[in-house]
Design a protein around this ligand. Structure first.
Ligand code: SAH
Ligand code: SF4
Length: 365
């Protein structure tokens, strides 16, 4: 029987309250927590230090029956249904089925010593950005905090078999993290917990399409988690065409929320820019962007950074990737104005693993 409750949805306090109702001593909470997040155990059988009765209770309440090759019952609810590796083997994309008949993807990118995961926060997305495969699918459902965490633990286990570990996590997979604010933050805090998985807050990057109330709420939390804003256009007319949410939160509001973030946190903000040939890679767009971003220069330093990434073409959008030459020209306009700009590579392009346009192609395939 497939159970809906996931043990990964529980915070430490919730697990603690649960064990209290089961009349278990308090130290069992840490034992279970460490088992889940340090040893990465996912079957109740692995918890050999727990009494059999408690293991049975955990099994009854939190085990999910598995189908397919790995038919052992486990705490994991996400079922990997497809895996693709890039030709150089450095990028791995896994498609997971989740309850409700949906699926989400998570990608592992190996680069030098970094082991970066790109994970999803929603199945589909309600924001409808026209160039994004996830946006083209529409909204399906929110992921729970446990489902967000499970994507990480899946790769953490795989890497730990190779004596490696996850070094960075970007929330740039399917979905808009600030449209699923509580679950996203709960997942990050749980993974950040020193008693458990213990991945530093600075190792996480949340990418948002620019939901202004979400940015303000995030600012008020004074967190060390990195923030990236998907900008993609320097004027409201173009931005509203590409990212419909811009009609609700136009650039002036967005920049003011960004400025407040920088003033409050003194942290550098990233702006994401998918270069689309002839659309947003023009010298006019670069000039306007450079002008606007001047507000983020404070006390001799520029507290923002622009990441340009060549567009990954998608089925339902006719825009094309900019040439490298145009990307270089765009970058040079920004840099001449003192705005740092990096041209990012599209890793795992041969497996369509560009973050933000994850599952679309595969779901349709
Ligand atoms: N919803 C969030 C995070 C997921 S999208 C956001 O929009 O920021 C992650 C990043 O991938 C965003 O910067 C998004 O604009 C970008 N992206 C989406 N589709 C893309 C595509 N086809 N090519 C390049 N980047 C894309
Ligand atoms: Fe959603 Fe981000 Fe895609 Fe826009 S770019 S549709 S916000 S996932």
């Amino acid at each position: 029987m497939q159970k809906s409750a996931s043990i990964y949805d529980l915070s430490f306090e919730e697990l603690s309250a649960l064990l209290e109702t089961w009349e278990e001593p308090e130290y069992r909470v840490s034992q279970i927590w460490e088992g889940l997040y340090r040893h990465l155990w996912n079957t109740y059988e692995e918890f050999t230090s727990l009494p059999k009765t408690l293991r049975q209770k955990l099994e009854e309440n939190y085990s999910h029956d598995k189908t397919g090759i790995d038919a052992q019952p486990s705490f994991i609810s996400l079922q990997p249904i497809m895996k693709q590796e890039s030709s150089d083997g450095e990028t791995v994309k896994t498609l997971f089925s989740i309850s409700g008949g949906h699926s989400v993807e998570a990608v592992l990118m190996r680069y030098a010593k970094r082991r970066t995961l790109c994970i999803s926060t929603q199945a589909g997305c309600a924001m409808g950005c026209i160039f994004c495969a996830t946006g083209q699918m529409g909204f399906q459902r929110q992921l729970t905090s446990g489902e967000i965490i499970e994507q990480v633990l899946h790769y953490a286990r795989q890497l730990s078999n190779e004596n490696e570990q996850v070094t960075n996590i970007v929330l740039m997979g399917m979905g808009e993290p600030f449209h699923n604010y509580e679950a996203t933050m709960a997942a990050i805090h749980r993974l950040n917990d020193p008693k458990g998985y213990n991945l530093g807050a600075r190792r996480f990057t949340i990418s948002t399409v620019g939901l202004v109330p979400g940015i303000r709420r995030f600012t008020s939390e004074h967190s060390q988690i990195n923030l990236a804003i998907s900008l993609h256009a320097a004027d409201d007319i173009l931005r509203s065409q590409l990212l419909p949410i811009n009609r609700k939160y136009p650039l002036e509001q967005l920049y003011s929320a960004c400025l407040e973030y920088i003033q409050v946190t003194h942290r550098r903000l990233s702006f994401e820019w998918a270069l689309i040939q002839g659309v947003n890679d023009t010298p006019e767009q670069a000039d306007l962007l450079a002008q606007r971003l001047r507000i983020f220069r404070m006390g001799g330093s520029t507290l923002c950074h622009v990441n340009v990434i060549p567009l990954n073409p998608t089925q339902k959008y006719s825009g094309q990737t900019s040439t490298h030459q145009r990307a270089l020209a765009f970058q040079s306009v920004l840099e001449q104005s003192g705005i740092p700009c990096t041209i990012r590579l599209r890793r795992g392009i041969d497996i369509q693993a560009g973050c933000g346009q994850l599952a679309g192609q595969n779901i349709r395939a």
